[in-house]
Design a protein around this ligand. Structure first.
Ligand SMILES: [Zn+2]
Length: 249
């Protein structure tokens, strides 16, 4: 796919957009990064550190790294990389089918693991599939994942899960493409907040597997939700539209 220069340009645009959406949806301001495997190579696209603020990331800011942590292309003047690059490299190494990896320190989802609680599929089947199964919890190491051995351990814990908690740290998402992992990070934050708030006032009811099945099948087929093109790309260009989503008074 990425041998075509037009497709490669689109891949870069998606990775950049993912960072802006992380910022716009409250998943991160400075912490967090999305990567995309460059198909047919042992390299991936990722945001550099710390030169580019999350909400300003554009395609030309991105660097290309190999699985050993070297910067091998992209915006090579940057010369710096995110310290937690082993999360990305080790997941790509362990699971050749993965197209994209995303890491956040997002608030509500992280809070649920800190409290020892499971995020439940409680609202909107399309948005609940990331927690159709409980996300595994990586609790062997609560430090930032800056060493290759730590990255390998996270990959071993994650297996084929959509998302994995890093205990007292954050979340990792892995999937077939950038739109999918980005929308799942946003969706899981929604489920986490709603699970928590529902638990404050009662016992949450959950969506059944039968209700979730069509959306799960869609993901298994590698289909990208239309929301990426029809809503999130538009929302990036109209950030005011997102304000009602975070109406904490
Ligand atoms: Zn982190």
């Amino acid at each position: 796919m990425t041998t075509d220069s037009r497709d490669f340009a689109a891949l870069k645009e998606d990775v950049a957009l993912s960072h802006r959406l992380m910022y716009r949806t409250g998943l991160g301001t400075t912490r967090g990064h999305t990567s995309a495997r460059i198909e047919g190579t042992d390299t991936f696209l990722i945001k550099p550190w710390p030169h580019v603020q999350m909400h300003r990331v554009v395609a030309d800011d991105l660097i290309i790294m190999d699985f050993e942590g070297n910067i091998v292309g992209g915006n090579v003047q940057t010369k710096t990389k995110v310290s937690e690059w082993p999360i990305h490299a080790e997941l790509y190494k362990a699971y050749p089918n993965l197209g994209s990896v995303l890491h956040t320190h997002q608030k509500w989802a992280s809070m649920m693991a800190i409290a020892g609680q499971t995020i439940l599929p409680v609202i909107d089947a399309e948005l609940a599939t990331p927690v159709a199964e409980p996300a595994p919890v990586f609790d062997e190491d609560k430090a930032l994942i800056r060493r290759v051995e730590q990255g390998k351990a996270v990959a071993a814990k994650m297996k084929d899960a959509v998302a994995c908690h890093l205990q007292n740290h954050g979340m990792v998402f892995a999937g077939p493409n950038v739109p999918t992992v980005t929308m799942e990070a946003i969706a899981i934050e929604y489920q986490a907040e709603m699970t928590w708030r529902a638990q404050l006032i009662g016992k949450p009811g959950v969506l059944t597997n039968a209700t979730l099945r069509p959306a799960l099948d869609k993901r298994a087929r590698g289909e990208v939700s239309e929301a990426w093109e029809h809503y999130w790309r538009w929302a990036d260009e109209h950030p005011d539209s997102l304000r009602p989503r975070s109406a904490d008074l």
